[in-house]
Design a protein around this ligand. Structure first.
Ligand SMILES: Nc1nc2c(ncn2[C@@H]2O[C@H](COP(=O)(O)OP(=O)(O)OP(=O)(O)O)[C@@H](O)[C@H]2O)c(=O)[nH]1
Ligand SMILES: [Mg+2]
Length: 457
């Protein structure tokens, strides 16, 4: 039995609902004893990590015949004694086993509680714990690759030299404070601090430079589809998805609320957001839709402006201030209705690309994917080429905090300021870096991170 101070917890680790298998996890000091109470033939003191088929009973009733897999502390995911029950995935079977585990003395796990224990028992650091959630949520190959790199410790490894560099500097500066009167101790001077900070700073900046790429790979590229009513925005969404997801009609103002759907392109997820056509309207509901459309564009990484090429006034220059600030392109649509060469109007205001298509006949639509890729790359996709980029706002905020503290320390050193002040800022930088891996982390931060987990992880 492990010496864990926490109660024994359980949860269904696989998705709820009928399935071939439902895996239930049990972790904590009483895990082996509780497993033994359900599975009388289980040898709880037997070899760990050996799966055996067991009949599970409770209150004289047979609940399932399941594969039971015990792990002994500390050699388990959580670092505690753990038992996995690979049950038949039917609702009644799963409910029966979960009820029995509770009756036998375990309690239902909170979201992320298994991973949290793994963290607290030193089985994972915080970046790796986050990667567990990233792996569960990964929709694209790109997101999976980044999550696996993080899970394998690649990002933590990038932070190690940053930490070491800062620790070395802190030691030097603090020695300078403590032994300033002793001649045999070399007291650090300002120039040495500034010089010593240089390579550490460069590493932090390099990591910060991976943010856009990392976020786009991990979360996907948010693409806002905007334009005047009836331009063909919903037709474009449907075309890119390959299904009739949004209503298309000749009535201007068909789309009211925004519609978001994901699609994969070259292993990267694109989150396409169709929005209400932009126009002045007295219709209250439509106006609400339009204001939501504006919000979606503001939070998008890139935008596709759809324009009806067949009508004069199809190009709406008022859209430019809305989409600028992110890479955007113009999709001239309805080219099947054009008699001459191309649209008579010119786009004004910095579009990255233009393409001429007919979403009705399919003319030119092959170019749309290339345009999307171009926009995504302009937004930063693939820019870092880094195996383990930073992916979360938390990562960026901590690194920026470290950078600010380092810059303050350098400034103090340059202007011949107190060593105490320099040491203080260096320690703050160290804390900020430490908060990334969880070396220095408050309960509040942990709560916020694990809130995002699902139960059973
Ligand atoms: N001729 C022609 N008609 C098209 C083309 N693309 C879309 N349409 C038609 O244009 C009309 C409007 O298309 P939607 O996709 O609903 O346009 P929208 O921009 O989503 O419109 P709202 O939701 O009202 O803002 C529909 O009748 C479509 O069938 C095209 O390439 N050629
Ligand atoms: Mg529409």
């Amino acid at each position: 039995m492990s010496a864990s101070p926490w109660p024994t917890i359980f949860a269904l680790a696989t998705a709820r609902g009928p399935g071939a298998l439902g895996v239930i996890r049990l972790s904590g000091p009483s895990a082996l004893a509780i497993a033994g109470a359900l599975a009388p033939s289980l040898r709880v003191d037997g070899a760990p990590r050996r799966a055996t088929v067991q009949r599970l009973w409770w209150a004289g009733r047979l609940l399932d015949e399941a594969l039971v897999l015990p792990f002994h502390a500390p050699g388990s995911f959580t670092g505690e004694d753990v038992v996995e029950f690979h049950c038949h995935g039917g609702r009644a079977v799963i409910e029966g086993v979960l009820d029995a585990l509770q009756a036998a003395g375990a309690r239902p796990a909170e979201p992320g509680e298994f991973t949290r224990r793994a963290l607290l028992n030193g089985r994972l650091d915080l970046l790796q714990a986050e990667a567990v959630a990233e792996l569960v949520q990964a929709e694209s190959g790109a997101a999976r690759d980044v999550a696996l790199a993080h899970h394998g410790g690649a990002l933590s490894a990038r932070l190690a030299p940053i930490r070491e560099g800062l620790v070395e500097l802190v030691v030097h500066v603090e020695a300078g404070i403590d032994f300033s009167l002793e001649e045999h101790v070399h007291s650090v001077n300002g120039a040495e601090v500034v010089e010593g900070l240089e390579p550490v700073r460069a590493r932090v900046c390099e990591l910060l430079g991976t943010w856009d790429d990392g976020r786009l790979r991990a979360e996907g590229v948010r693409v806002a589809i905007v334009g005047l009513p009836n331009a063909g925005k919903s037709s474009l969404l449907n075309h890119l998805l390959g299904e009739e997801r949004a209503l298309v009609s000749e009535v201007p103002g068909t789309t009211r609320d925004w519609i978001e759907e994901g699609v994969l392109l070259d292993g990267v997820a694109y989150r396409l957001v169709d929005t209400a056509g932009l126009r002045r309207t007295t219709d209250q509901v439509e106006a609400l839709g339009i204001s939501r459309a504006r919000e979606r564009v503001e939070s998008a990484d890139v935008a596709l402006v759809v324009v009806d090429a067949s009508v004069p006034g199809g190009w709406d220059r008022e859209v430019v201030p809305l989409v600028s600030g992110r890479p955007w392109a113009v999709v001239w649509n309805k080219c099947d209705l054009l008699s001459g060469e191309g649209p008579k109007e010119r786009v004004t205001g910095g579009a990255l690309a233009e393409c001429l298509v007919s979403l009705r006949t399919g003319q030119g639509v092959e170019s749309l994917w290339g345009v999307l890729r171009l926009l995504a790359e302009a937004a930063g996709l693939g820019r870092s080429g880094d195996e383990a980029p930073i992916t979360r706002a938390r990562h960026r905020a901590s690194l920026e905090e470290a950078l600010r503290a380092m810059d303050r320390a350098a400034e103090t050193a340059r202007s011949g300021g107190e060593l105490e002040l320099i040491a203080l800022d260096l320690r703050l930088a160290l804390d900020a870096v430490g908060s990334l891996t969880g070396a220095v982390t408050s309960d509040d931060v942990l709560n916020r991170i694990f809130e995002g987990f699902c139960i059973g992880k």
